[in-house]
Design a protein around this ligand. Structure first.
Ligand SMILES: Cc1cc2nc3c(=O)[nH]c(=O)nc-3n(C[C@H](O)[C@H](O)[C@H](O)COP(=O)(O)O)c2cc1C
Length: 162
């Protein structure tokens, strides 16, 4: 099973379902989708398309303590796209929304994580950004350059069901 986590980078609403969630499902992955609250607003008109790629609920809020966990524990994560904001939070271990919570816990467990950063030049120029990337790399996070690389890296680090 793969945890697909998306944050609010430009265009995510156009490609998340067809460009990543469906290709993952077609490659044999069961997909557990969690998005940041801002991405959830952007993706609202596209939720049906996302839901069609998975038998699990698409999440952006935390469960109540009395509720069961809606997603099983993933074998690997695809964090795509990763905004400057959410990438920095992952490097620092800040789980202030459901998307960052599952990613931070996954890193803590040693689950393979493939990240597709999408940052402007100005965002990448922030003095803390290089350090955040270094932390993530040292934790074994794979940084992918494009969607094809995300799919290839996931197949390399954790194989889907047959
Ligand atoms: C149209 C639009 C496009 C954006 N594109 C990006 C982007 O590509 N990368 C990025 O890091 N932030 C981008 N942002 C800013 C993020 O959406 C903003 O920092 C937000 O707080 C990120 O929230 P999240 O990381 O919780 O999803 C964009 C904002 C808007 C309105």
């Amino acid at each position: 099973m793969v945890g697909l986590v998306a944050s609010a980078a430009g265009g995510v609403e156009r490609w998340l379902a067809d460009g990543l969630a469906r290709p993952l499902a077609e490659r044999g992955w069961r997909v557990a989708i969690t998005v940041t609250p801002t991405a959830a607003r952007w993706l609202e008109p596209h939720l049906d398309a996302l839901r069609a790629t998975t038998d699990l609920p698409v999440r952006w809020t935390s469960r109540l303590p009395t509720e069961p966990k809606p997603h099983p524990v993933p074998d690997a994560f695809a964090f795509a796209p990763a905004t400057a904001n959410s990438l920095a939070k992952l490097a620092l271990g800040i789980g202030d929304n459901q998307a960052l919570t599952v990613l931070c816990e996954g890193l803590g467990r040693g689950t393979p994580v493939v990240v597709l950063p999408q940052l402007s030049e100005d965002q990448a120029g922030h003095p803390a950004h290089r350090g955040h990337l270094a932390v993530l790399r040292s934790a074994g996070v794979v940084l992918a350059a494009d969607l094809a690389a995300v799919l290839a890296e996931l197949d390399r680090v954790a194989r889907p069901r047959g």
